[in-house]
Design a protein around this ligand. Structure first.
Ligand code: ZN
Length: 150
């Protein structure tokens, strides 16, 4: 099945197809320090996102689940983008992704993650593209809350 008229630019579309066909870091992480489930009922996308954080740095991120091409590709791109990044940078990326996908003239440079910008033209798919990011955000902030009580 191919979306030939979805308006995404060819290059971006190619990257998204590639990440959907061969998702990166698509596995559970038994030694994850952070983990959360995400669900997008509008589309049926379901993800579990894992992260291993040490010294405030995301050492590794991965995901499992099933969903549409956009949600899978976005999760795959995210796990690559956040690897080796400080938590603060991950949170900044999360905010910028949201801005890129919901505002007409976003003011942010997202590098490789800009392949997702075409999704902006399809409001129904924005939740697909942001699901993995919301889930990672929840995973990180939940575990932080737990850490504070220790
Ligand atoms: Zn979806």
């Amino acid at each position: 099945m191919r979306d030939t008229d979805d308006g995404l630019r060819d290059l971006y579309q190619e990257v998204i197809f590639d990440h959907n066909r061969n998702p990166r870091n698509f596995h559970a992480m038994p030694d994850a320090s952070h983990q959360a489930d995400g669900h997008n009922p509008l589309c049926g996308d379901q993800l579990t996102v894992y992260a291993r954080v040490a010294d405030g740095i995301v050492q590794e991120a991965s995901f499992v689940g099933h969903g549409c091409a956009i949600s899978t590709a976005s999760a795959s791109l995210m796990t690559e983008a956040v690897r080796g990044q400080p938590i603060e940078e991950v949170e900044r990326l999360f905010r910028n992704i949201h801005q890129m996908l919901t505002e007409a003239h976003p003011d942010c440079d997202l590098g490789k993650l800009e392949v997702l910008s075409g999704v902006r033209e399809f409001p129904a798919r924005v939740k697909c593209a942001t699901l993995a990011w919301h889930t990672l955000h929840n995973a990180i902030t939940q575990a932080r809350d737990v850490a504070v009580t220790e």
